[in-house]
Design a protein around this ligand. Structure first.
Ligand SMILES: [Zn+2]
Length: 52
């Protein structure tokens, strides 16, 4: 699993849970974000902007 913003690998904890978050865009597509990028951007909208 890679972060879609910084392209770093997201560490997995147990049971396929990742150390980060999954956000859905307006089309319902899932995007993976690491915890560092999640902390750096305050809202889901800002995170999605970083991917474009
Ligand atoms: Zn990241």
């Amino acid at each position: 699993m890679k972060c879609e913003i910084c392209k770093n690998k997201i560490p997995e904890i147990f049971l396929k849970k990742i150390l980060g978050t999954v956000i859905k865009d307006e089309k319902g597509k899932k995007h993976y974000v690491c915890s560092d990028c999640q902390k750096a951007h305050s809202s889901k909208e800002k995170l999605l902007e970083q991917m474009n």
